[in-house]
Design a protein around this ligand. Structure first.
Ligand SMILES: Cc1cc2nc3c(=O)[nH]c(=O)nc-3n(C[C@H](O)[C@H](O)[C@H](O)COP(=O)(O)OP(=O)(O)OC[C@H]3O[C@@H](n4cnc5c(N)ncnc54)[C@H](O)[C@@H]3O)c2cc1C
Length: 532
């Protein structure tokens, strides 16, 4: 008996939507399961005030349809969540994607059946389906985590995680609000809350190096110019390691005179977007002296912007250098701490002991709140996989297989899990997402087309192929300061059991090299894979 579907895709974010579009073009019978009630993934869930791109909107756009590029006007240089959600809904409408998506459907388990070379997929409500190919487009930042603090359920006021923000407006007017966490979401949220809050207390464990976003409207004229240069914009993104419009400066930090360096950093700091991170001297990620200099530059900026020197010091990271974790971009974040009604609590000095019915008790004080906001981030990269009971040949559990770190072939396939293909899986190259996603999805679609044309019904990574790729991924991470720091990019999340130690979670050899590897495998007729 043939399976119910040629392909099941898990997730209807940027990745899942485009994968659906591509597989439909191959004439396949496809179903998407999405646990949310709408399309958009990240941009469906994260509705917290201030949620927006750190990528330039016009670089985050899909490039596969000329018509889509022609008809969509981005309103802001860094679009807010509502704008992006509208965009992804527009894409779903335009390409008639919605009829293949089953919303409010969480995939709880998936099991490979060798007899039929297919997957059994079970939803959490018990419904079951079968499919030849299982495609995970589950997102690398889509499994939110709560901190492990006693008494959380006892709090009597409303509390929210930024990821699960409600659709209805939430008023902070006159309220005493606590924000726990100072990662990228918190850095976007805090200035918005501060605008109307009665009193805001921010609980910080690890400060991040943040830099100004410099958002602005995109005028009609500018949009016309952008539209006229889309091919160059995409080409430029594809040449850069992270698929961003900002390309690293080829010079080394210490090659440049102190005056010139300072002027360069001032210029980057004053420019919109990730330039200060992705367009900086290339050695700030590898050379400790270079990194210390740029960190010192950003620290001086923080000291200039935060009036109270003691607060400024708390906001300056001491356990990692600038750019070695994802840099949150901000709009007046540091100035928030100059307000008389905003307090920063350093959890290294006074850890939280418990959440009480009326607020938060630290080792130093007891605070009363009307609302608590958890901006405590995600169980990144493998979190969404871990939440599904995925079992390959002989019932082997994927989570168990990856216990000591992910092992994949090109971030797409896993040995022992035939016909499971991952979009933006672990050990793939991350970066400005849609740029990376389009490549990844096209690669997966081409492999499936290749298989279907040859009546291949089983695709599996080989142990040797996985070993080679894993080794290469680990090698490319060598010497990168990034990998010497605890962060979601190195698989550390102190709120998740078993994620206390660093692992190599992503490919850090840059997108152009990643593509070279993947292109070579395709050009070679996928001979590194076991096809049957
Ligand atoms: C607040 C925030 C801001 C960001 N800003 C940027 C940015 O500026 N630039 C950038 O490049 N990237 C950014 N990212 C990264 C962002 O996640 C990607 O840009 C992109 O949206 C990911 O798309 P995706 O489709 O791969 O995953 P997601 O958008 O995460 O979509 C995955 C979907 O899978 C669904 N899903 C997961 N598991 C299951 C299951 N078991 N059953 C059913 N459905 C499931 C989820 O509900 C979700 O809808 C940001 C992330 C966050 C959280």
């Amino acid at each position: 008996m043939s399976p119910d579907f040629d392909a099941i895709i898990i997730g209807a974010g940027v990745s899942g939507l485009y994968q659906l579009y591509r597989l439909r073009q191959l004439g396949m019978k496809v179903r998407v399961f999405e646990s949310g009630s709408g399309v958009g993934g990240t941009w469906y869930w994260n509705r917290y005030p201030g949620a927006r791109f750190d990528s330039e909107s016009y670089t985050y756009t899909y490039s596969f349809s000329r018509e889509l590029l022609e008809e969509w006007d981005w309103q802001e240089r860094f679009a807010s969540q509502p704008e992006t959600e509208r965009y992804l809904n527009h894409v779903a409408e335009k390409f008639d994607l919605r009829r293949a998506i089953q919303f409010d459907s969480r995939v709880a388990a998936a099991r490979y059946r060798e007899e039929t070379r297919s997957w059994d997929v079970a939803l959490d409500d018990g419904r079951r389906y079968t499919t030849r190919f299982l495609i995970t487009a589950v997102g690398c930042l889509s499994a939110p985590t709560m901190p492990r603090i006693a008494g959380m359920e006892s709090f009597r006021g409303p509390s929210f995680h930024t990821h699960y923000w409600p659709d209805e407006p939430v008023s902070f007017e006159g309220k005493r609000v606590a924000v726990i966490g100072t990662g990228a979401s918190a850095v976007q949220l805090i200035p918005e809350v501060a605008k109307t809050v009665g009193h805001l207390t921010v609980f910080q464990r690890t400060p991040n190096w943040c830099a100004p976003l410099h958002n602005g409207r995109i005028s009609d004229d500018e949009m016309r110019r952008i539209r006229g240069s889309y091919p160059e914009i995409f080409a430029r993104c594809n040449e850069s390691p992270g698929c961003f419009i900002h390309k690293p400066d080829r010079r080394n930090t210490l090659e440049v005179s102190p005056e010139e360096r300072e002027a360069f950093w001032e210029k980057l700091y004053a420019e919109p977007g990730f330039g200060i991170w992705q367009g900086n001297f290339r050695d700030i990620f590898t050379d400790r002296r270079a990194n210390a200099l740029v960190s010192d530059f950003i620290a001086r900026k923080i000291r200039q912007r935060v009036k109270d020197p003691a607060v400024a010091e708390k906001l300056i990271p001491k356990n990692h250098g600038f750019g070695t974790r994802r840099v949150p971009l901000e709009t007046s974040y540091y100035e928030v701490y100059n307000r008389p009604n905003v307090k920063l609590v350093d959890l290294n000095e006074t850890p939280i002991e418990r959440i009480t019915p009326t607020g938060i008790k630290t080792s130093g004080a007891e605070y009363e709140f009307d609302m608590i906001i958890y901006a405590t981030g995600f169980d990144a990269i493998t979190g969404s996989f871990d939440r599904i009971d995925i079992r390959g040949i002989d019932g082997v559990l994927l989570k168990g297989k990856w216990k000591d770190g992910p092992q994949t072939y090109l971030g797409v396939l896993v040995e022992g899990f035939p016909n499971m293909l991952m979009v933006m899986g672990p050990h793939a190259a991350l970066g400005n997402f849609p740029r990376a996603v389009e490549y990844n999805v096209d690669w997966v679609a081409a492999l499936i087309r290749f298989a279907r044309e040859r009546e291949v019904t089983r695709i599996e990574a080989t142990a040797a192929g996985v070993a080679r790729w894993t080794e290469h991924v680990i090698e490319t991470g060598d010497g990168l300061l990034f990998n010497e720091v605890d962060s979601w990019m190195t698989g550390v999340n102190r709120n998740v059991a078993g994620k206390e130690t660093r692992k190599i979670m992503r490919y850090s050899g840059g997108h152009p090299t990643f593509r070279e590897h993947c292109d070579a495998v395709a050009a070679d007729g996928y001979r590194e894979l076991a096809l049957a």
